[in-house]
Design a protein around this ligand. Structure first.
Ligand SMILES: C[S@@+](CC[C@H](N)C(=O)[O-])C[C@H]1O[C@@H](n2cnc3c(N)ncnc32)[C@H](O)[C@@H]1O
Length: 285
């Protein structure tokens, strides 16, 4: 070969390529488990769930049940679930037979964060929004995006920016806001241990604060704090402040309101960066 790599190295390179090629599979299986509500099923079961119970809760066509143990094992390998041994209680009628140990699927800390309906820090809206087919479809167009003048891959893929898409499509906007809000609920957990961070501060601004989910959590803990949620005018237009919590519209790349502390939790920074030339990004450092 002209590059000079030995055949042995090229075989290793092929294995590495396959690894990169299929590295989207953990994400897709994460979406599969979230869409089917498997973390919630396990949680409601109240203990690790055997395959038989899981299949009965999922109620899939019989032609598809073979998928479940394979995907579950893959997700166990990736840390989303754990396998434990339990006494056989799979509900099948086995009269007077000795109880047998079976494998069962248990929640890990990661999948516990995907349980829906029982706590206020479920991350499943985040999974659904970030792995939405429109977003995944857009990332497939990165090659086209760099060849064109489009500001973002979403624009290359869909013809409009993500924000224009979201503002004209209530379903996308609400999925996005839910994703951001559930991520913000994690602040609740952090605040329990880190209250000192806000002590001694009289005012704060949450830049790109969305619908104020993070702000409300902090405001509840520190009602004396003058808290501004700063976001695009179209985002905050219909939002009502309360007490010391207020909403201000504007463009963070032009200016932001004065405050003692600035919060910047903008998960889609890459999207934003794709829309902003590097010399304008110094504000973000
Ligand atoms: C990923 S969301 C984060 C929302 C919130 N910080 C949270 O964590 O839940 C990014 C936010 O930045 C806002 N945003 C985008 N461009 C902005 C700009 N130029 N000025 C102010 N806010 C902007 C968006 O409207 C959106 O609400």
């Amino acid at each position: 070969m002209s590059s000079g790599h030995s055949y042995g190295k090229l075989f290793e390179g092929q294995a590495h390529l396959y690894k990169l090629l299929y590295s989207f599979l953990p994400s897709m299986c994460l979406k599969w488990a979230t869409d089917l509500g498997i973390p919630t099923i396990i949680h409601k079961h109240g203990k690790p769930i055997t395959l038989a119970y899981l299949l009965s809760a999922l109620n899939l066509p019989s032609s598809k049940t073979w998928v479940v143990p394979r995907f579950m094992r893959f997700l166990v390998h990736n840390g989303l679930f754990a396998i434990v041994r339990v006494q056989d209680d799979d509900g099948e009628e086995e009269e007077e037979e000795e109880e047998e140990e079976k494998e069962a699927y248990a929640l890990t800390p990661a999948s516990e964060l995907l349980v829906e309906g029982t706590n206020n820090h479920s991350m499943s809206p985040n999974i659904k929004s970030n792995l939405h087919e429109l977003m995944i479809g857009a990332t497939l167009r990165m090659g086209d995006w760099v060849r064109r003048e489009d500001r973002s891959v979403v624009e290359t893929s869909l013809g409009v920016s993500f924000w224009d898409l979201a503002h004209s499509n209530p379903e996308i906007m609400s999925a996005f806001n839910e994703a951001m809000a559930c991520d913000s609920q994690m602040v609740n957990l952090a605040l329990k241990d880190c209250k000192s961070v806000f002590e001694g501060i009289e005012s704060a601004v949450d830049v790109g604060g969305g619908n104020g989910a993070t702000a409300k959590i902090i405001y509840e803990a520190f009602p004396e704090l003058k808290f501004i949620v700063f976001d695009l005018p179209s985002v905050v237009a219909d939002l009502q402040g309360i007490g010391n919590l207020s909403y201000v519209g504007g463009d963070m790349f032009q200016s932001i309101p004065q405050a003692d502390a600035v919060l910047l939790k903008v998960q889609h920074l890459s999207e934003k960066l794709c829309q902003t030339k590097p010399e304008n990004n110094t504000n973000l450092s």
